[in-house]
Design a protein around this ligand. Sequence first.
Ligand code: MG
Length: 411
Amino acid sequence: MAGNCSRPVKAVIFDLDGTLLDTESLVRSVSATVLERHGAKLTPDAEKAALGRRPLEAWQAVIEVLDVKGSTAQQLFDESEPLLQARWPDAHLLPGAERLLHHLHAKGVPVALATSSSRASLQRKLFTENKRHILEQFQAVTCGDEVAEGKPAPDAFRNIASQLQLDPADCLAFEDAPSGVDSATAAGMRVVVVPSLTNRLAYPKPEIDAKSGCCEVLSSLLDFQPSQYGLPGFEDLICGVTPMHPPWRLVGTVVKGFGRGSKELGIPTANLDNSALQAVLAETVTGIYCGWASIGSSSETYKMVMSIGWNPFYKNTEKTAEPWLLHDFPEDFYGEQLRLAVCGYIRPEANFTSLEALIARIHEDARISRNSNTRIAVDCLATECCTISNQHPKLHCLLRSLGISQCEAWH
Ligand SMILES: [Mg+2]
């Protein structure tokens, strides 16, 4: 088992902001607006200092990092709250969050929430048409305004363990922020760290230390393996691939590559124009995905495998999307528009000790994609359509809505 997890986990406790819910971009935008009114500029250091704390304490942390003359944390809080409250309903669930919550709930594993958000903010964030069911899955909830001290103090996680009538050592916490990790470990829980998606590079890499309770650091909730903690394993994998529910779409223009000779290596990836994709990629989990692709106005579709991330072996400075269409094309298609339907997640991004090892792994990813893609697409699209059973025309329509006109799924 991972970390000091010889003791089976009896309950799973989640942080909310940055762990289950993508609120960072909203907080960043509102914080920048408020600070601008006070002649200050939001910096990565200020964001890092505020991460995971209760709102008023987060503003105090920002003031201590930035030179905000003549303004108190209370003033900045009072200005930001109405703006944030108006935008909370727009926050969406992070990749893998709904899948993990649903899985644990279905298997009878108690799940609970320990958030720095106030109760009123929590209602605004989750009490929406498409997220209300999430709130119903928690057996216990502790909000930031319901404990004496906020994170990094252990109060929130201790409170949750008490509500569940469990020893904190029987609980596994999920956290994105350093203050949250400190809070959970101080309460005596083991922690899986899933660093902030958009602040990944600014995050101080936590020490994986079994004794302190920090069991592992993951790129996203998609990478969590419940069985490593004595919890029931996922049953939705298809040939080892996690289906995307729903599948997502990526459209980009094919540009010249990085000059790495990928074509010579037998891996002719199509590099997408990064300038147009930055906003999308910033909120996309790094890793290797599979799905389908079509080029320009053509109705032909091809299986594809795609890397999203910084490609550690080549030490990219920009996050990129590099799909490999698994088909022999007679000529290049630079300048064409590529439409991708991303249906499955294969694995996290990784580094390799040699070019040979990298190439071998990419070919293995392609093999997985070839073997699983049809079943993955059908599975993904089945969730979009309740009456799927052999109704290929409906599937056909759904694939068309993803920009894919034909599919081997029914040929
Ligand atoms: Mg958080």
